[in-house]
Design a protein around this ligand. Structure first.
Ligand code: AR6
Length: 246
């Protein structure tokens, strides 16, 4: 577990950071920028491995939350939704349930074909015309660290006029109701609709936080809701505009 000599760290997108000090790797981990699965080369040991092979979990601690709300039941953090070790991660899907870009692409790529197979079956049996906007369904987590994926379809901004906010709130409400129904206690969400679907981050923060606060007030079985943002700036915008106490 040496610090001298440092590490070469390879990020998910293939970019490399050379001679990174051990303390820096630990800080990157706590800030959610690297995970125990990331590839690193240890100059001290002269070999490649996973970050988790060189740093023990107790030493790394937990990824640091940017903020927490609702008596600690909601945490906001910067990271990758596919890396979350929770009972369920939420997928910002589209109504085909057959995959796409962004979060959806990342979840199917990391989670493998079992997720898609269950999505196809859900389409065939329950939703031949596609999953309606605001609804949610659950599948296996496949190869993800999360046991399940809850797929929901956010509104495309501007397509629903005044119903945009109500539909975005439904995504959070229905995903949490489904989690509770399946006895799941921890759920991680990405910022639904704020990517390809064009929902402004500020307005989405108000809607998501109010919907989550209401759902948690109604149901005390869910112990942890993690809101995972891809960038520190997105997390800050969320924290500035959240209305958990409204
Ligand atoms: N972890 C956490 N957040 C992420 C990740 C990740 N791995 N990747 C992206 N984000 P989007 P949407 C952030 O576009 O707007 C797909 O093609 C991203 O920065 O994934 O609901 C589907 O198939 C953004 O803030 O979802 C649909 O067709 C947020 O997650 C459509 O996109 C959501 O971005 C859904 O669009």
């Amino acid at each position: 577990m040496g610090v001298s000599g440092g590490y070469k760290v390879v990020a998910d997108d293939g970019s490399e950071f050379d001679h990174v000090a051990g303390e820096t790797v630990e800080r990157w981990y706590r800030d959610g920028l690297v995970t125990p699965d990331d590839r690193v080369f240890s100059y001290v040991d002269g070999r490649w491995g996973r970050l988790g092979d060189f740093f023990d979990a107790r030493h790394l601690g937990r990824p640091s939350a940017v903020a927490s709300f609702v008596g600690g039941r909601v945490t906001v953090l910067v990271g990758d939704i596919t890396k979350q070790q929770v009972d369920a991660v939420v997928n910002a899907a589209n109504s085909t349930l057959l995959g796409g870009g962004g979060v959806d692409g990342a979840i199917h790529e990391a989670g493998g074909p079992r997720i898609l197979a269950e999505c196809r079956e859900i389409r065939r049996v329950r939703y031949p015309d596609g999953l309606p906007t605001g609804e949610a369904v659950i599948t296996t987590g496949g190869d993800l660290p999360a046991r399940h994926v809850i797929h929901t379809v956010g509104p495309v901004k501007g397509m629903w006029g005044e119903r945009d906010a109500e539909l975005l709130a439904s995504c959070y409400r229905n995903a949490l109701a489904l989690a509770a129904h399946h006895g799941l206690r921890s759920v991680a969400f990405p910022a639904i609709s704020t990517g390809v679907y064009g929902y402004p981050r500020e307005a989405a923060a108000e809607v998501a936080s109010q919907a989550i606060a209401e759902a948690l007030a109604r149901d005390d079985s869910i112990a942890e809701v993690r809101l995972v943002f891809y960038s520190a700036r997105d997390a800050e915008v969320f924290v500035e505009h959240q209305r958990f106490d409204a």
